[in-house]
Every structure is written in structure tokens, then in C-alpha cells.
Design a protein around this ligand. Structure first.
Ligand code: PYC
Length: 328
């Protein structure tokens, strides 16, 4: 029987004409981040909000090709690595997922810095990273551990009462942690993997009720993340959550922006003092360490977690492939 030809260049003629996107994949507390190192259209000279608009309006197919099936899946968060826009920053990043673009992403920033360390571009030190919603500070601590001083977080609305069809009355808070969150107790729903289907269905119903009742962020934006809260399941931790992401997947990590929103609510309720540690478990049991500082009357959350680099990936885009630009 003839051997299979394992020479990657053997069919080079077929590969010519393909576009390539160079990525490095990691996970932070189980939640994947796909850092795009090269291969996206040029965004030079644009502010980050303008770059997001250009990506969305003119090049959205690159988002789908990178994170949607068949190359990705609903859980993957993409992180487009760009040059800095602000003097003194190391880099910029635009986060995206299966349905669109994110403001900030905590697990993704930890994954980005672990990736930059893997690439030999950073060592243990502090770096400013520009995002579309502001500049964050990332403190690289080694072995994939990174602490991120996020953009300012705040509670926008407290004790919002919602009628959720099939579930009755639900009370929760609206808070900003770099994305918009509605935070409410998980109640009797178990915060574990066996409960994911029920937690997802409940969170989807809550999100639909927020939409129907025109409850938005302070800027009128949709509240696209739902965070269900409960007691910690590991002794010594502070709480456990389930976070529904905009595209219907749940966050395997404790969600950096969601933990930031939680810290803002705890502070507003007088339940967590400045500098006090909050250990946030995810629904799969991974943990972020959170704390906050007040700077110029603003609450600045810090989120610490560990990322692991898992793959160096070259995505191939063949325009003759009917599913070249992904399935949404
Ligand atoms: O860690 O901030 C986060 C995040 C947002 C969406 C998924 N993860």
C-alpha cells in the first residue's frame, strides 16, 4: 500500500491564492481567546471605535471566518492585535465573537498578554493596552498569570424589576464592567455544568425581557451579557457565576468584565471595601481574583487570572470554499 504523502508543500499549487490568518490560541480559566497576529485588513490610522465600525461595515467576513464554524465555534473570542493608538501603550486590541464586537474582554486581555509573552514580546512588567472602550493596564506576572486594571466600572441601575415570561418576577442590577451586564441571583438553578441548559434558557428569557422593556445601559446600548450569581462552591472563594455571552454561549471563565460589574455592585451596596479580595468562581469552577481601587471618584477593578497558550494556528481562506467565510 502506498504511504500517505505528509509533505505539507506537496500540494502547494492548491494552496496558492489562499489568504492566511495567523493566530495564537489560548484559554483563560477554560474560555478560549484566538489572538489574530496578522492577516486581517489594514486598520492603520483609525481610532479604535472607527476601526470597529470599519470591520463591522466592510470586513465582517474576517470576524466570521476566524471565530465561527468551521474554523471556530460559538465560544471562541477573537482578539485582533493592532499597533497602539495612544502614546505609551504597547498595543491595541479589538475583541470579537460569533455575533459581533465586544467593548473590553477580561479573560481575553489575560489571554492576549500570555500570548505576547509566548511570542517573546513581553516579560514580567506592566503594559498599557488600548481597547475601544478605554486603555487598560496589564501586569504580566509570569507562567500565564496576568492582572488587568480594567476600565472604570459602575452600577447604572439597582433593583430593576422584570416580568420574565415562564419565570415570573426577577430583580437585578444593570452594571458596566467594559460591557453591559444584568446581574441577578441564579435562585434555585444549580450553578454547575449539569445546569447549563437551564441557566442558558433562563438567561435568554431575562435578556429578551430587558429588550422588551427597553432596559438598556446608560448609553442606550443593549444589555447583552446576563450574569447569574450564587454562593461559592469551593471553601474560601466568594461567589460563583454563570455568564451568558451575546452570541448565546456561556463564559467558561468567571468573565473579567462581568466580575468587574459585580465588584461595582458590591461596592455600591457597601459589601466590599476598597482593596478587599473577591474570589469569583465560574460555572466550571475556574477562579478570578478581583479587587478595586477608587481613582478620581471612579471604581477601577483589577482582575487576576491565568491563561495557557494551546495552539499556533494558520487559518487558510480559500475563496472557492463555499463556507470560506464561516457559518453564523
Ligand atoms: O472575560 O470579560 C470577559 C469576557 C467577556 C465575554 C467573554 N469573556
Amino acid at each position: 500500500m502506498a504511504d500517505f504523502d505528509l509533505d505539507h508543500n506537496a500540494d502547494a499549487s492548491q494552496n496558492s491564492g489562499m489568504e492566511k490568518i495567523i493566530c495564537i490560541d489560548s484559554h483563560t480559566g477554560g474560555e478560549p481567546t484566538r489572538v489574530v497576529v496578522s492577516g486581517f485588513p489594514d486598520m492603520a490610522g483609525l481610532s479604535l471605535p472607527a476601526a470597529v465600525e470599519k470591520l463591522r461595515d466592510e470586513h465582517d467576513s474576517y470576524r466570521k471566518a476566524t471565530v465561527c464554524e468551521p474554523r471556530g465555534n460559538d465560544v471562541v473570542v477573537g482578539a485582533l492585535l493592532l499597533p497602539p493608538v495612544n502614546a505609551g501603550s504597547l498595543a491595541s486590541v479589538i475583541f470579537f465573537n460569533n455575533v459581533g464586537y465586544l467593548g473590553m474582554c477580561g479573560h481575553g486581555t489575560i489571554g492576549l498578554l500570555a500570548t505576547l509573552q509566548h511570542m517573546g514580546r513581553v516579560g514580567p512588567a506592566s503594559y498599557a493596552i488600548d481597547t475601544p472602550v478605554g486603555t487598560v493596564q496589564a501586569h504580566v506576572q509570569g507562567k500565564g498569570w496576568v492582572e488587568v486594571d480594567n476600565v472604570a466600572a459602575y452600577r447604572h441601575l439597582a433593583g430593576v424589576l422584570l416580568d420574565v415570561p415562564g419565570y415570573g418576577q426577577v430583580v437585578g442590577d444593570v452594571a458596566w464592567g467594559g460591557n453591559w451586564f444584568f446581574l441577578t441571583p441564579a435562585g434555585a438553578l444549580p450553578l454547575n455544568l449539569a445546569g447549563v441548559q437551564d441557566l442558558t434558557a433562563f438567561s435568554m428569557a431575562v435578556r429578551a425581557a430587558l429588550r422588551k422593556n427597553h432596559v438598556t445601559g446608560s448609553d442606550g446600548a443593549e444589555i447583552d451579557h446576563i450574569e447569574l450569581m450564587g454562593a461559592a462552591q469551593t471553601h474560601g472563594n466568594s461567589g460563583r457565576n454563570f455568564v451568558l455571552c451575546p452570541g448565546g454561549a456561556y463564559d467558561r471563565s468567571p468573565c473579567g468584565t462581568g466580575t468587574s460589574a459585580k465588584l461595582a455592585c458590591l461596592a455600591a451596596d457597601g459589601k466590599l471595601a476598597e482593596g478587599e479580595r473577591w474570589l469569583q468562581e465560574s460555572v466550571i469552577g475556574s477562579v478570578f481574583e478581583g479587587r478595586y481601587r477608587i481613582v478620581d471618584d471612579q471604581l477601577i477593578p483589577s482582575i487576576r487570572g491565568q491563561a495557557h497558550v494551546v495552539a499556533e494556528t494558520t487559518l487558510l481562506l480559500d475563496r472557492r470554499d463555499p463556507f470560506c467565510w464561516g457559518l453564523e
